[in-house]
Design a protein. Sequence first.
Length: 81
Amino acid sequence: MAKIIVDVMLKPEILDPQGQAVGAALPRLGFTFAKSVRQGKRFEIEVEGEPTPAQLAEVAKAAETLLANPVIETFTVRVEK
């Protein structure tokens, strides 16, 4: 069984109020490591066996039409071992 991961993030030019809120809260909680924070989504899709190029293309098509809004978001598809 393999896992296909789809990571969805807002495009850099799109404001991210949730990321900004987390970024502002970190120093108040004593964490000083972050210069900025962007928040996104992660989808985990399990498939039988090793994913084929056709399956990955199908997942990318699903990401483009359902999982992400291509107007304001970007996505990556990868296999997690």
